[in-house]
Write a protein that binds this ligand. Structure first.
Ligand code: NAD
Length: 498
């Protein structure tokens, strides 16, 4: 029987105020997975009011960091106990392989919750001192208040955790909105939250982005909005957030380059490019999309990449032998197919892939065979636009400065990588790349301790790490006068003791 999911508002599971629902499908076979409550503007208002009241009452923010830490750790342990079921559901709902969901997403989710459980106890102001000579200053990090978090479909639970763990660790309350394609794991996770977190602190509203997301982003009762999504959505959110000048944190699109230096181990670079381009079916904001290689080594590199690509097994995401599943939707598959067509029309050479795979097992899923292009020119759409699918392009350079210039020549600035043996040169290249993360001889490594976030139109603010915890706080300066004088001359307050 198909399951039905309600929303979680103010500690209760509720249907939409008009009882409407929407359908959620498995992208590997188009089978109906669930009916989910299609929230209304009224439902958003109820959730925001609950989060507001919970914040203002101090039910969460006045707990000591140690108390919040203990509860977050318990939550991590509950996720650990349920991790296999969550991984299976994520695999079915997103179409990502079970190997990837079980061995990468879920362990990272648990590690993240544990990291922020610990980090909750590490919030400190930078320093305290008598800067003016007339009084003492101290700095406090305080929760921002009610945080709205809007989640994409490519890493539904994983990215929700990136947002909710630091927000809760810092003492905020939350209204979360998952993507409509993939709300299921966040809702299952909420069943675990329900056992641990006080009512009103954590609310989930499901439904269309244009209604639920925009209502959260524009609400005057919400103090901060945190989005991971498309750059176009980020621009809309910024406008809506201006309604009450709320704090904004945006993790947006990417178009990651991989620069192959002339002394690089080409085999290593080919493996890095292939895994980096095609994991999660290329639906990854940090996915390798553009390889820049010296023209002398292009042929060799392409043949090595082709060897790697031949090993990728498309299939049922729940099968242990599958390396690549479908795209999330027919719409996404058409978008990828249109980009592939535009690459061909603009004169790039499609070396392989790009078609729908044949075979009965693929008939009802949104599959595309991984594609490789060469002769890709910088101004082509496939080189400039985020495709968000399994498409990799290779371009050549003659001098390394040209590769750096081309790598930087896109609107995005999320992640990049450099492959080469001369580490001094690799570091010099990394320093010139305008991307929030640059990996050397690697593409894609993320840890709970290291910040993740973009430059340029990839957004601003950091997920992961202690910097993300800071995002979810406001810094306050408290000053205590020590002169005892009721009124002071002007110059005292401005220049201190003179
Ligand atoms: P999307 O922008 O379409 O949707 C993201 C979320 O925003 C969804 O929950 C959606 O319902 C909501 N939304 C859509 N329109 C809205 C509106 N007008 N107002 C408020 N909310 C709205 O993105 P997507 O297709 O779900 O995800 C893919 C995008 O996310 C890609 O661009 C990808 O690069 C980006 N992404 C970025 C990162 C990062 O860390 N920078 C990570 C993952 C994905």
């Amino acid at each position: 029987m198909t399951s039905t999911y309600k929303m979680y508002i103010n500690g209760k599971w509720v249907s939409a105020s008009d009882n409407d629902t929407f359908e959620v499908y498995n992208p590997a076979n188009s089978q109906l997975l669930a009916y989910v409550a299609k929230g209304t503007r009224n439902d958003v208002h109820t959730a925001i009011d609950a989060a507001r009241e919970a914040f203002d009452s101090g039910v969460w923010s006045s707990k000591t960091p140690g108390e919040r830490s203990t509860l977050l750790w318990k939550l991590a342990e509950l996720v650990e106990k349920n991790s296999l079921q969550l991984a299976k559901l994520e695999s079915q709902n997103v179409g990502k392989t079970i190997k990837y969901a079980r061995d990468s997403d879920l362990p990272f989710i648990i590690d993240n919750l544990k990291f922020f459980a610990g980090a909750a106890r590490m919030l400190t102001g930078l320093s305290s001192a008598d800067y003016s000579g007339l009084g003492t200053s101290f700095l406090r990090r305080e929760p921002v208040g009610v945080v709205g978090s809007i989640i994409p479909w490519n890493y539904p639970l994983y990215i929700a955790i990136w947002k909710l763990a630091p927000a809760l660790a810092a003492g905020n309350t939350l209204v979360l909105k998952p993507a409509s394609y993939t709300p299921l794991t966040l809702l299952e996770f909420t069943r675990l939250v329900e056992k641990i977190i006080p009512k009103g602190v954590f609310n989930v509203v499901t439904g269309p982005g244009e209604i639920i997301g925009s209502e959260i982003a524009s609400s005057k009762k919400v103090d901060m909005i945190s989005l991971t999504g498309d750059t176009k959505t980020g621009k809309k959110i910024m406008q809506l957030a201006s309604n009450n000048v709320k704090k904004v944190h945006l993790e947006l699109g990417g178009k990651a380059p991989l620069i192959v230096m002339s002394d690089a181990d080409l085999d290593m670079a080919a493996k890095g490019a292939t895994v980096g381009a095609f994991w999660n079916t290329g639906q990854d904001c940090t996915a390798v999309t553009r390889v820049y290689v010296h023209k002398k080594y292009e042929k060799k590199l392409i043949s090595l990449i082709l060897n790697e690509m031949r090993k990728i097994r498309l299939g049922d995401p729940l099968n242990e032998n599958t390396d690549m599943g479908p795209l999330i939707s027919a719409r996404q598959r058409d978008n990828v197919a249109n980009h592939i067509r535009s690459g061909i029309d603009e004169g790039a050479e499609l070396v392989c892939g790009g078609q729908r795979p044949s075979g009965k097992q693929f008939e009802n899923g949104y599959y595309i065979v991984p594609a490789l292009f060469r002769n890709v020119q910088q101004k082509m759409k496939i080189c400039q636009e985020e495709i968000f699918g399994p498409v990799l392009s290779v371009s050549t350079y003659e001098k390394i400065d040209e590769a750096i210039e081309k790598a930087n020549d896109v609107d995005y600035g999320l992640a990049a990588s450099v492959y080469g043996k001369d580490i001094t040169t690799a570091i010099k290249i990394a320093n010139k790349l305008r991307f929030g993360t640059v990996w050397i001889n690697e593409h894609g490594a993320l840890t709970s301790e290291t910040p993740h976030g973009g430059f340029k139109q990839s957004g601003f603010g950091k997920d992961l790490s202690i910097y993300s915890l800071e995002e979810y706080t406001n810094l306050k300066h408290v000053y205590i006068d020590q002169t005892g004088l009721a009124r002071k001359p002007w110059h005292y307050t401005v220049y201190g003791k003179q």
